[in-house]
Design a protein around this ligand. Structure first.
Ligand code: CU
Length: 249
């Protein structure tokens, strides 16, 4: 009975995987991200979670097909099995199924992207300029005057202040090459392009400090393009703007 051992082994492996998955469900929720942090991640998290679940289903199905073939169709003797050149229904199925998967993922992504990038001019309370420079960031606060510009360096990464619960509009540019403005915790990523101004509106919904970085390979010191995001109360944000004003006068 040569097929007995591998079958038991496959069942044992499947059992262990299922046990691990069920026991870890608490930590697996949201797959590494927190909910309620920002207006963007509240939109993105369901898509993120369902994409992982869809990937798990596709992965399990594929693994089952591979296991079935390798367990039940192992070489039993020296006889060459029936040789098949093609199987039209199978080939149509494995062309159409991935196309449907990609189309569904694309549609849900496009719907969420439209929600995230839709401007809400009446709700926006603040405007902040984000300029990528080789190799750091400049944060521009026009509310605090024309010269309210915070420039970071690799040795002294800048801090981006954001007011809690108030919608901010970012105007993103670059003065040299393509950079990627990325705040992982908030699930925000948008490119800084030379000669183009990109916009993103966003509300931070949790006080605290969060790391930010550049995620476009932009040159030798790309990895040093880090910054800190500090979400403060609206009153603290106003007093920060006042300190920026005071520095200029
Ligand atoms: Cu960069």
């Amino acid at each position: 009975m040569p097929s007995r051992k591998p079958t038991r082994f496959a069942f044992a492996l499947g059992g262990i995987a299922l046990a691990l998955l069920l026991s870890g469900c608490g930590e697996l929720a949201n797959f590494g991200f927190d909910s309620g942090l920002s207006s963007v991640n509240d939109i993105t998290l369901p898509l993120w979670n369902w994409s992982w679940l869809a990937a798990a289903v596709v992965g399990a199905f594929t693994l089952a097909l591979i296991a079935y073939t390798s367990i039940f169709h192992r070489r039993k003797n020296d006889e060459i099995p029936k040789q098949t050149q093609y199987n039209i229904p199978v080939e149509i199925a494995y062309t159409i199924i991935p196309l449907v998967i990609v189309a569904v993922l694309f549609a849900f992504t496009a719907i969420d992207e439209n929600k995230i990038t839709k401007p809400q001019p009446g709700v926006v309370k603040h405007e902040i300029g984000i300029e990528g420079i080789q190799w750091s960031w400049q944060f521009i606060y026009p509310e605090a005057g024309a010269k309210a510009i915070v420039t970071g360096t690799p040795a002294q990464p800048p801090t981006l202040y954001l007011p809690l619960g108030e919608r901010v509009r970012f105007d993103l540019t670059s003065n040299d090459v393509v950079h990627g403005f990325w705040i992982p915790a908030f699930m925000i990523q948008i490119q800084n392009l030379p000669g183009v101004t990109n916009h993103l509106e966003f509300t931070a919904n949790k006080l605290g400090e969060f790391p930010g970085r550049c995620n476009m390979l932009c040159g030798r010191n790309h990895s040093e393009m880090i910054f800190k995001v500090k979400v403060v109360t609206p009153a603290e944000y106003q007093s920060y703007l006042e300190t920026l004003k005071a520095v200029q006068s």
